[in-house]
Ligand binder design. Sequence first.
Ligand code: FES
Length: 150
Amino acid sequence: MQSPQSSRADAVRVLADRYAAARGPLLPILHAVQHEFGCIERGDIMTIADALNLSIADVHGVVSFYADLRTTPPPPHTIAVCRGEACQAVGGQALHTEAATVFAARDDVEVTEVFCLGNCALGPSATVDGRLRGLADLAWLERECAGWVR
Ligand code: FES
């Protein structure tokens, strides 16, 4: 019987092999692993590095560079507040600070910052579990999150 670690390593290897021959395979592989497992663990990085004949540092560097790639499992809920230029001009930074403060004590919610959701004309923009909202404010965030069970 395989250990959970070896079955995950095998699955990561299959994903790596699927994209290995493509041009620029690292990011597609990392996205595929994150899609499959929710995050990219250290063992995944080692497997991917081996599959692509890269150093572990090379792969880790890419994983740590992109904010969308995560090394820990995601919480049940995510709030992303835009702090791009257009949203920042209409209160995006303040909304991010307020949301981070209000939800700081909840381990089921992660408040992150993003730098443009493609909704600049209706800033400040935010997403709650991937649902986009323009003209977002703290009251909307709290209403959206009110039904979440802790
Ligand atoms: S700057 Fe916020 S959506 Fe573009």
